[in-house]
Design a protein around this ligand. Structure first.
Ligand code: HXC
Ligand code: NAP
Length: 293
């Protein structure tokens, strides 16, 4: 099986202008690359302009596509508004907002300062809100339809998770925003969806969630029923589908792409996976021997 195989036909996104927040690294970069290969014009934004420019140049060379690098800290609404103006000045329109920028680190919650917690909420929840509000107002004002917002959340947006509590609370808010606006803004031709990825190794996430030898001590692939982590192209394929017109009837959905990871943690008897095959004969005999007693 080729996990890096590309799903959509050539030029599937040819008429789209897409903004990817946090597009200079990790999963944002992988999704941007595929959007460009499919013909979209993309703007990538984050705090680090040098990184963005390097990425934009690299991706333009690799794909022959168009990539605009724009500095924008999503925590500040004025910066988001000026980023949107710059996108419009460069491309004349925008069709898709991909809220991918995030901040996160592991910590016992009681060790967090108030500012540490605020920092994560501000990047993830306030940042996604800022971009969503600015882009939504613009589309509604211009009466531009057939637009969409794609939010990157996580599976702990609904399960919660210890040791990443600010991120879990912020992503839960983004998920609620996704489902709420899917209904409220559908009348303006704006679709809103989310992707909940399981483990997809990136430097940004792994340095903050599995620092030092935690990477070796907690092999995340072992927590996944499919016994592997995700390939970036698998996520890019799903994202490209969700921002494309092929998903025109998908609205308010959160699609999990995690190899079954979160369900493995949830199912009450999933731990029976540890029972060797030869033991099942004995267990079956024991259960049957009880009959109706
Ligand atoms: C406790 C910490 C901390 C840590 C920072 N702080 N790191 N507290 N433990 N490890 C505190 C600081 O002391 C400070 O509080 C406050 O947080 C803000 O820190 P700054 O460094 O000033 O913030 P800033 O420069 O804005 O950087 C934000 C950041 C940083 C989130 C801390 O890591 C960052 O830039 N991250 C962006 C990329 C990222 O996080 N990628 C991973 C996404 S992964 P005080 O009180 O001292 O001022 C992801 C995956 C989810 O979301 C699911 C995976 C399966
Ligand atoms: P990453 O490379 O660290 O991506 C995070 C991006 O957000 C960076 O490019 C960063 O750029 C940007 N960013 C951070 N703070 C910002 C701010 N204030 N304003 C604008 N941009 C900001 O990590 P990743 O793994 O690719 O994560 C991408 C997305 O996937 C995130 O939403 C994350 O929660 C989600 N996710 C990842 C995994 C995984 O396994 N990797 C699993 C579930 C969900 P700058 O530093 O240049 O600002």
């Amino acid at each position: 099986m080729n996990l890096s195989a590309k799903m959509l036909r050539d030029n599937a996104l040819a008429d789209k202008v897409i903004v990817v927040t946090g597009g200079g690294s990790g999963l944002g970069k992988a999704m941007t690359k595929y959007f460009m290969e499919l013909g979209a014009k993309v703007a990538i934004t984050s705090r680090d302009l040098d990184k963005l420019q390097t990425t934009a140049q690299e991706l333009e060379t690799e794909t022959n596509g168009k990539c605009l690098a724009l500095q924008c800290d999503v925590r500040h609404y004025d910066q988001v508004e000026s980023m949107l103006e710059n996108v419009l000045a460069a491309y004349g329109k925008v069709d898709v907002l991909l809220n991918n920028a995030a901040g996160n680190f592991i910590s016992p919650t009681e060790r967090l300062s108030a500012n540490a917690w605020d920092t994560i909420i501000d990047i993830v929840l306030k940042g996604s809100k800022n971009c969503t509000l600015a882009f939504g107002k613009h589309w509604i004002d211009k009466k531009q339809t057939n637009t969409n917002i794609l939010n990157i959340v996580t599976t702990y947006a609904w399960t919660g998770s210890a040791y990443v509590v600010p991120s879990a609370t912020a992503k839960a808010g983004v998920l609620a925003m996704t489902r709420s606006l899917a209904v409220e803004w559908a009348k303006y031709g704006i679709r809103t969806n989310a992707i909940a990825p399981g483990p997809f190794p990136t430097k940004g996430a792994w340095d903050r969630l599995l620092p030092g030898d935690l990477k070796d001590k907690f092999d995340l692939a072992k927590k996944v029923p499919l016994k592997r982590v995700g390939d970036h192209q698998e996520l890019a394929n799903l994202a490209a589908y969700l921002v494309s017109d092929f998903s025109a009837y998908v609205n308010g959905e959160v699609i999990t792409i995690d190899g079954g990871e979160w369900l493995q943690g949830a199912g009450q008897f999933n731990l029976l996976e540890a029972i060797p095959t030869e033991l099942w004969d004995m267990l079956e005999a024991m259960i049957k021997s009880k009959g109706n007693k």
